[in-house]
Write a protein that binds this ligand. Structure first.
Ligand code: ASP
Length: 338
């Protein structure tokens, strides 16, 4: 059970309202707009919004936005997060722009901003993905400082606790499953993370789309394990003609259906962002069967070219942050199936 150590300071940020899970623009296109996964999305959206409100590019917005989450030591994403089962924090991230340019890094250690390294991969190499020591070598050559390998105090504590049983069992990603009007902290009472990722998609004032996704992956994962987050088409996909989508939750199940790509393709067929996310979630449930699907969480969020947004998840407890005006940065409860 989650201990509500803090409410995200929605009040102090002037952000309070919850909304419904999908939005259909009645009139002209709503832009700019940015949405991102989980409660950490509020602060990330605020940073992205600064870029968007000043006429900046969606690509810059989605990088700046998730960098906020990567920087936070007391968060599920970035170097403060839980390590793998051998005690190392390994980070995965990707980014994609309106021209289908994309970059990705995975199994990256000791670098604070994997999303920015992913962007450099996209802009400075002929490749899409760099992994492990090669990704780190590239990052250092690009001037990214090599940070200390030491775990954050909270992560150290959580790891010591985990080592007592060393049980290899993924935690269901759920935020505040009992009371959807408040937000649970990213870290649970037992020191574990509730979720480990932020995915963000945005449309700028010019109507161009971009997205980013960044994660420490599943806490106490097998060394070398990658989830969906750094994989273009799984954790993130952008098609500037149609829309953009990103995923969070049990990465293996997102990969199996090429989740974010599927959501965008469903929007291409005319589905709203919310219905496209719902269909993708249904596909996971169909493949796994309801019983097994109940043991996991997956959430998708998406926007389309009209500035409509939506999200859907397997089970109660997924939320996402939506921002489209100076005073409109709010949490939305993802609708769920099981
Ligand atoms: N999707 C991430 C992974 O599987 C985890 C998360 O979203 O919390 O690595």
């Amino acid at each position: 059970m989650l201990h509500r150590r803090r409410f995200l300071q929605l009040g102090s940020l002037g952000l309070g309202a919850f909304s419904f899970a999908g939005f259909k623009a009645a009139g002209p296109t709503r832009k700019p707009i940015v949405i991102s996964t989980w409660d950490t999305g509020i602060a990330a959206n605020a940073a992205a919004w600064e870029v968007l409100r000043n006429g900046g590019r969606a690509l810059d917005a989605v990088e700046k936005g998730v960098m906020v989450t990567e920087s936070s030591l007391n968060c599920c994403v970035g170097l403060g997060a839980n390590p793998d089962r051998d005690g190392y924090v390994t980070l995965d991230s990707c980014i994609m722009d309106e021209h289908a340019n994309c970059g990705s890094v995975a199994f990256l250690e000791r670098i604070k901003h994997p999303v920015s390294v992913a962007r450099r991969v996209m802009e400075k190499t002929p490749h899409v993905m760099l992994v492990g020591s090669g990704a780190q070598q590239f990052a250092v050559a690009e001037g990214f400082p090599l940070e200390s390998p030491a775990l954050s105090p909270d992560a150290q504590k959580a790891y010591q606790q985990w080592l007592q049983k060393s049980e290899y069992k993924p935690v269901i990603n759920i935020e505040n499953s009992k009371n959807q009007t408040a937000f649970a902290p990213a870290r649970l009472d037992n020191g574990d993370w509730n979720h480990d990722t932020i995915g963000m998609v945005a449309m700028d004032a010019n109507g161009n789309l971009s997205g980013s996704c960044t994660t420490s992956g599943m806490g106490f994962k097998m060394r070398g394990r990658l989830g969906d987050s750094p994989i273009i088409g799984a954790g993130l996909f952008v098609d500037n003609e149609i829309g953009a989508a990103t995923a969070t939750g049990q990465g293996e199940d997102v990969i199996r259906i090429c989740g974010s790509h599927l959501v965008v393709e469903l929007m291409r067929q005319g589905l709203s962002p919310e219905n496209a996310c719902k269909k993708a979630v249904e596909r996971i449930i169909k493949i796994k069967g309801s019983q097994k699907a109940k043991e996991i969480q997956v959430g998708f969020i998406a926007i389309n070219k009209k500035g409509e947004y939506g999200g859907f998840c397997i089970q109660k407890g997924f939320s996402f942050a939506v921002c489209y005006a100076d005073n409109k940065n709010f949490m939305v409860n993802g609708k769920y199936i099981l």
